[in-house]
Design a protein around this ligand. Structure first.
Ligand code: ATP
Length: 331
């Protein structure tokens, strides 16, 4: 691999007794979209703040495009765009004034500043909001403003801490669209979320944090093939009537585990990857009086796979790992 855009080696950060980041190492390839996933408190923000030169580790080394974050923070800041999970807006400052202020602070002057602000507003779809007060925007608009601000100096590496948190489905799709364009332009994007499914399809590479440690890295598929995947299969079963009947049936059957209730039935896990076994169990369900309206095999989702991985390696399972409604990534 060419020089990593982000390289984190043997990183430790504690707060008193609490080891928030506990020996974390990873590299992010230039031009890739890397998802940083973990439950609340896993250590994502702490790691990202160190990468963004906003905090010091107790131990370890971080470089951005080969430049040491601790020794060359000014150089690093010119290379990164940092979008924190929360940032302040000023009352009575319009979107245009807000971006113009930051462009000025970054050293842009005259025509060049105007052009840069215009480009960023165009990209983040902020032109229609130019005269709106920045503290009177919706959450989605605010995130686009934050993204615009972090892009003003055209950074090579964009670090985004939970940018989709609190966004409605439409705003989430818009944000994903913008991130995809930035990736196509060749920027490296490092993006955190506590929601696995949010990042699964958007990222080339995923890093999974749990209790300060990196517990897995790879693409979404690499996580799915972990744990007990090989020996089981998941089925979505819709029933006419209460889902409890399906749950009760599963409880009576040693080869089936009832995983969760759905609007029209539930998800079950069968202790075999063999479709014949599934066909046999389906026939049994019908024989036993369950009114099945739909029965189909499901991809193992990332949440299931992550929990399997933690269980397989005897690590504490965070609770809850939340799954939002599935959204079409390419819409
Ligand atoms: P979230 O999704 O909730 O933001 P996270 O994965 O980003 O979680 P961090 O914010 O990095 O997690 O926090 C990791 C742990 O370190 C948590 O237990 C948190 O309470 C603790 N922590 C973070 N910053 C500080 C601090 N400045 N002082 C004391 N404890 C801290």
């Amino acid at each position: 691999m060419s020089e990593p855009a982000i390289s984190v080696q043997n990183l430790y950060r504690s707060f008193g007794e609490l080891q928030a980041v506990n020996g974390v190492s990873f590299d992010v390839a230039p031009g890739s979209v890397c998802g940083f996933i973990g439950a609340n408190g896993a250590g994502k923000t702490t790691t990202m703040r160190i990468i963004a030169s906003l905090d010091y580790p107790n131990e370890g080394r971080v470089t951005i495009c080969g430049h040491d974050v601790m020794n060359k923070p000014a150089k690093v800041r010119s290379l990164i765009g940092w979008m924190p999970d929360h940032f302040g807006n000023y009352s009575h400052v319009t979107v245009l004034e807000y971006l113009d202020f930051y462009a000025r602070a970054l050293g842009y002057r005259g025509k060049e500043r105007q052009m840069r602000v215009q480009e960023v507003m165009e990209f983040a779809d902020l032109l229609p909001l130019a005269d709106r007060f920045s503290n009177k925007l919706s959450k989605g608009m605010t995130q686009r403003l934050g993204l615009g601000r972090s892009l003003l100096h055209d950074p090579e590496v964009l670090i985004m801490d939970e940018p989709a948190a609190g966004l409605d489905p439409k705003a989430r799709v818009e944000l994903k669209h913008l991130i995809r364009i930035l990736a196509e332009e060749g920027k490296t994007i490092f993006i955190s979320s506590h929601i696995l499914s949010e990042l699964g399809e958007m990222c080339d590479h995923l890093l999974f944090m749990n209790e300060g440690r990196l517990v897995h890295q790879g693409d979404a598929e690499s996580l799915r093939v972990h744990g007990k995947q090989a020996g089981v299969s998941l089925y979505r079963v819709h029933v006419v009537g209460p889902a409890e009947e399906l749950a009760n049936w599963a409880a009576m059957n040693p080869n089936v585990e009832f995983l969760e209730t759905l609007r029209l039935g539930g998800r079950i896990e069968i202790d075999s990857a063999d479709p014949e076994k599934a066909a046999y169990l389906l026939a049994r369900m019908i024989q036993d009086g369950l009114k099945i309206s739909e029965f189909h095999r499901e991809e193992r989702n990332l949440e299931d796979a992550f929990i399997d991985l933690l269980e397989a390696t005897n690590q504490p399972v965070p609770n809850p790992i939340v799954s939002p409604p599935q959204l079409p990534i390419n819409s």
